[in-house]
Design a protein around this ligand. Structure first.
Ligand code: BG6
Length: 493
């Protein structure tokens, strides 16, 4: 069904996120015929642009964007682009200037509006304050007013709470759409489908049958041009309270009573509240030094642009988490995420317990292939299962085999950036895939003890950085974290 008519006001409309993700996603929604004739975009920014220039710049980016596609749709669909670009206009204005909001008031009129904050986090509260002061956030029977907030949502528990309070001063919770782009990924959404639309996974999904879980979000990219941002953020804040916690919640939550936004988010909240706040012993922070990936020599983190030569920011985190509830007590959730690692790979590996008894003399229990179900999030999208099977031959010998479901094999995928679902859901008022205030705060609560412990800037043992060469699977201390429990990470390379 098509979304209702709506003006989407993008603060930061001249910026990177708009160009690289929002406009391509909206273009894809046009192609899927999910937008109403009454859809339009007002891009607000202080930069020196005008509507015509912005449209032609965006057109250029869109041409490059579609050219990079491997699928058949590697040429811009001119009619779709025309449809969209005619609906884009530019408004030059400061985010803290009340005049900007006066102008928006007259441009938006009495209709539906989504205000998308594609801006640096320091503007979130001021923009929302101004929107409210100008009467732009007021909803009526016949119109909705919604605000989409990007990350980073605060920099610790206290600031996340303060930001939630500021937003709630101006808006109802139901008007706030906090984005975590991991929830836009098909494979992340598939975790719930897999668990709750099949009969045979869920009965095994508990401490009786699962030995431990490994969550990996490995990137090969370095800090790119974001040194300034990353220096005060680091891998923990950048990835863990948001993306990693969302993955963990999808895997560990109880079945919701329905797929209504609040039913799903209630269950997420419950499981996130049960995650034990991290203890210093259970976390490793790493930073990459010079190295190479696929034969390409790469600089160390401290030599990246806008990074201090003695920087204490971490580019890697490994941690052992536990969930204090009946389903998961005693099942460790090991998490690792980092930049400049050997491979780009995001996956969740569920390690099942071994068979209880060595029936096969030739293969003792400890030599059996571990039963692992891997939910592959990206770049490979699918599910694999690893188990033992009899090897052909006259004696009973067992070998490891793998069963594989590959998204690309099964489905004719439509082109997607991951933002399509999120933007469309916001337009139709479905907040299921957005984070509620309590979800965000629960994520921060888990990592808050580490943030406290690291305030000394790396001087004590707990906050000491462990180094790893670019292209490795992380620092040795990350391996030691699992070796301590007699376990090891799945190979990254
Ligand atoms: C962003 C982080 O939220 O997620 C980046 O700020 C990170 O540092 C990115 O690279 C990873 O997203 P994806 O979709 O490439 O896994």
């Amino acid at each position: 069904r098509r979304s209702p008519p709506c003006t989407m006001v993008i603060f930061g409309g001249g910026g990177d996120l708009t160009r690289r993700l929002l406009i391509p996603a909206i273009y894809n929604l046009v192609g899927s015929q999910l937008l109403d004739e009454g859809f339009s975009i007002i891009a607000v920014d202080w930069s020196d642009l005008d509507t015509e220039t912005l449209r032609s710049q965006l057109g250029e980016t869109m041409r490059q964007f579609v050219a990079q596609r491997r699928s058949s749709a590697s040429e811009l669909h001119e009619a779709d682009w025309e449809w969209l670009s005619q609906r884009i206009s530019f408004l030059r204005g400061g985010f803290d200037d009340s005049q900007t909001y006066q102008t928006l008031s007259s441009l938006c009129g009495v209709g539906n509006c989504v205000f998308y904050l594609a801006v640096a986090a320091r503007f979130f509260a001021p923009i929302v304050g101004q929107l409210e002061a100008a009467g732009l956030t007021r909803e009526t029977e016949s119109r909705f007013r919604r605000v989409v907030v990007e990350k980073p949502f605060g920099s610790d528990l206290i600031s996340a709470r303060a930001l939630n309070a500021q937003l709630r001063n101006a808006l109802e919770e139901s008007q706030i759409y906090r984005i975590d782009h991991y929830l836009g990924k098909e494979t992340v959404q598939n975790i719930l489908a897999l668990r709750f639309s099949n009969g045979f996974f869920e009965p095994l999904w508990n401490r009786q049958n699962i030995d431990h879980v490994q969550i990996t979000a490995a990137e090969t990219v370095g800090v790119e041009k974001r040194g300034r941002f990353y220096e005060t953020t680091g891998a923990l804040r950048d990835m863990v309270p948001n993306h990693i916690m969302q993955l963990l919640a999808m895997v560990a939550m109880e079945a919701p009573i329905s797929f209504d936004a609040d039913a799903v988010r209630d269950e997420k909240s419950k499981v996130l509240a049960a995650v034990h706040p991290i203890t210093a012993n259970d976390i490793v922070r790493g930073q990459y030094t010079a190295g190479s990936i696929a034969g390409r020599a790469l600089a160390g983190y401290r030599d990246e642009p806008d990074v201090a030569p003695d920087s204490q920011a971490e580019s890697f985190i490994a941690m052992k988490l536990s969930i204090d509830n009946w389903r998961w007590a005693g099942v460790p959730f090991y998490v690792r995420t980092g930049k400049r690692l050997a491979l780009r790979k995001t996956e969740i590996a569920i390690h099942f317990k071994q068979a209880p008894y060595a029936l096969f003399r030739e293969t003792p229990v400890e030599k059996l292939t571990p039963n692992i179900m891997v939910l592959q999030i990206q770049p490979t999208e699918g599910v694999t299962m690893q188990f033992s099977a009899k090897m052909p031959g006259p004696t009973v010998k067992l070998g490891g085999v793998r069963m594989k479901f590959d998204y690309a094999d099964w489905f004719q995928e439509g082109p997607s950036t991951g933002y399509e679902t999120l933007i469309y859901d916001c337009l139709i008022g479905d907040a299921t895939l957005f984070q509620r205030a309590d979800n965000v705060e629960a994520g921060w609560k888990v990592v808050q003890p580490a943030i406290e412990a690291w305030k000394d800037g790396g001087r004590n043992a707990q906050s000491k950085l462990q180094f790893y060469a670019a292209g490795k699977a992380g620092p040795d201390a990350a391996d030691a974290l699992l070796a301590r429990d007699g376990r090891h990470w799945l190979r990254l390379n």
